[in-house]
Design a protein around this ligand. Structure first.
Ligand SMILES: Cc1cc2nc3c(=O)[nH]c(=O)nc-3n(C[C@H](O)[C@H](O)[C@H](O)COP(=O)(O)OP(=O)(O)OC[C@H]3O[C@@H](n4cnc5c(N)ncnc54)[C@H](O)[C@@H]3O)c2cc1C
Length: 244
């Protein structure tokens, strides 16, 4: 197997044209290759600058999870910190987690940020929503979002070998019309549900109204334990002070 390490977007596109298989940290794909055979060519985006960015509003797909810190919103930082073991986090990448894994702890966090994916294919670079990135297994270059007023993440503890633990992500975004909007995403089993409702961030006023509104969305179909976790998370988030 030839591992290509392109240093620019155009070099990465040449690798795609040659049929190179994308690889992140190989924490998942390696076992598959050992079982089914190695591809002729693979490609890592680790030397492409755009895939390594960590900044306000941007995160590269080749960034390893252990490098994700306070430069990104709390919801994303804490989601990354909760993935697997330290050894996994030091190797696994954002792209491998969002596009290539089944657990996708980063997905609820990215959804509540309204993050968009920048995607590479052999002859264009384009922006699209995460649902499409995941469904079509696009080659993800980076994520981009507008900073929220406040955000938070909670993953319940799970049993080894059992169902994936429930994960709740939430973020409040300010809108130009002066109204805030609460976005909540829940990973329940391998399903991710997400929805958003009007709210008022800071101080907790109106939290009950926002929770009632959430109950009328797809999240209202959650089982009791999941709904209780959402409710508690939203109450705590909306009570936190925000600076506008
Ligand atoms: C012990 C253990 C515990 C784990 N616990 C958790 C957990 O708690 N939560 C969780 O979410 N995950 C968990 N995982 C999964 C972990 O997040 C994945 O192993 C990891 O995200 C895969 O990342 P990687 O960079 O190693 O991908 P790789 O193994 O390199 O690739 C996996 C797939 O992603 C594709 N891929 C890689 N980069 C990109 C890209 N930029 N664009 C598109 N496709 C790409 C590859 O082609 C491949 O199909 C665990 C894994 C292990 C081994």
């Amino acid at each position: 197997m030839l591992l290509r390490l392109p240093e620019s977007v155009s070099e990465a596109q040449e690798c795609i044209a040659e049929g190179a298989v994308p690889v992140g940290g190989a924490t998942l794909i390696w076992a598959g290759w050992q079982r089914d055979g190695f591809p002729e060519r693979a490609m890592s985006l680790r030397n492409v600058p755009e895939a390594n960015v960590i900044a306000s509003g941007a995160l590269g797909a080749a960034v390893v999870l252990s490098r994700i810190d306070e430069r990104v919103p709390e919801v994303l930082h804490h989601a990354a910190a909760g993935v697997g073991t330290g050894a996994v986090r030091r190797t696994a990448t954002v792209g491998g987690n969002l596009v290539g894994s089944t657990l996708r702890c980063l997905l609820p966090a990215a959804l509540v940020l309204n993050a968009r994916g920048i995607v590479l294919d052999r002859d264009r670079v384009f922006e699209t929503d995460l649902a499409e990135v995941v469904a079509k297994h696009h080659l993800l270059l980076s994520l981009h979002w507008r900073e929220p007023l406040v955000s938070g993440y909670r993953k319940l503890s799970g049993e080894a070998g059992g169902a994936p633990p429930l994960a709740v992500a939430a973020a409040v975004h300010a809108h130009d019309d002066g109204l805030d909007r609460l976005h909540v995403a829940v990973r329940d089993g391998y399903e991710v549900l997400t929805d958003d409702v009007p709210c008022h961030a800071g101080g907790g006023a109106g939290a009950d109204r926002a929770i009632n509104a959430l109950g009328d969305t797809s999240l209202g179909t959650l089982h009791t334990a999941a709904w209780d976790a959402v409710r508690e998370h939203v109450i705590q988030l909306l009570a936190r002070p925000v600076s506008r």
